[in-house]
Design a protein around this ligand. Structure first.
Ligand SMILES: [Fe+2]
Ligand SMILES: [Fe+2]
Length: 238
């Protein structure tokens, strides 16, 4: 893609070239929930040199193989559920175990653990309510829209009116998760392991960092690629 510093949005760059996510992640530039700003604005906010960033983006783009924006919507939804929802179902209970263990043993020594444990409980509970809404309500209806388009027929009316309604709710919930992840990064100094930390403390921070990266990518795929595809499908078929 051609990147125009002042007009191309950060989210669009990652949507077209997923490999560029690494560059934004390194600069702490939000490319999912906050991805609707221009590259120039994002560089200003991060105090980064736009020419340097542009060079790194072009390089990262070279290594991109998976073109998520070219996936059919049903394949993309299956991918998100099988990769990213699965990641959360598998990893959240394990991270919860480590957060509880480290909080219980070391909260007096490390002040940040109390806020971290509280925020993790909140994120965990919110995600466990969020995922079924996509799996049981929004994604099945989007598949129905797709099947109707393929068959050349009108789809069933959705119980929730326009897809814009559940999508608005999902975007709002993604923003909530994004705020918690940002706070995780702040209070852990980007998941830096304290020198005196025990192994459980180390594992907890490592797993939280993995959770952060996976969730950011997951939200990016939904906000910047899947949801616009679903809205376009509705516009074509209803
Ligand atoms: Fe999801
Ligand atoms: Fe989501």
């Amino acid at each position: 893609m051609v990147i125009d510093l002042n007009n191309t949005k950060v989210g669009e760059i990652v949507a077209a070239s997923p490999g560029t996510a690494t560059v934004f992640r390194k600069l702490n530039i939000d490319y999912c929930c906050g991805g609707k700003i221009s590259l120039a604005e994002a560089c200003r906010g991060a105090g980064a040199d736009p020419d340097q960033v542009m060079a790194e983006l072009l390089w990262a783009n070279e290594g991109t193989h998976i073109k998520f924006d070219q996936f059919e919507p049903d394949f993309l939804m299956d991918y998100i559920v099988n990769v990213h929802h699965r990641f959360l179902y598998d990893n959240l209970p394990e991270i919860e175990y480590y957060v509880n263990k480290v909080y219980t043993k070391h909260r007096e020594r490390y002040d940040y653990l109390t806020e971290l444990a509280t925020l993790f409980v909140k994120l965990d509970a919110e995600l466990m309510e969020h995922l079924p809404k996509e799996e049981e309500i929004l994604f099945p209806y989007a598949k129905e829209l797709l099947n109707a388009r393929r068959a050349g027929v009108k789809p069933q009316a959705a119980p929730f009116g326009s897809v814009a309604n559940p999508i608005r709710m999902m975007l709002h919930e993604h923003d909530g998760a994004g705020v918690i992840l940002m706070r995780f990064r702040e209070i852990t100094q980007d998941y830096t392991v304290p020198e005196s930390a025990c192994n459980s403390h180390r594992v907890m921070l490592h797993k939280l960092k993995e959770l952060d990266a996976d969730l950011i990518q997951h939200i990016h795929l939904e906000n910047n690629i899947l949801f616009p595809k679903i809205e376009a499908l509705e516009a074509e078929t209803v």
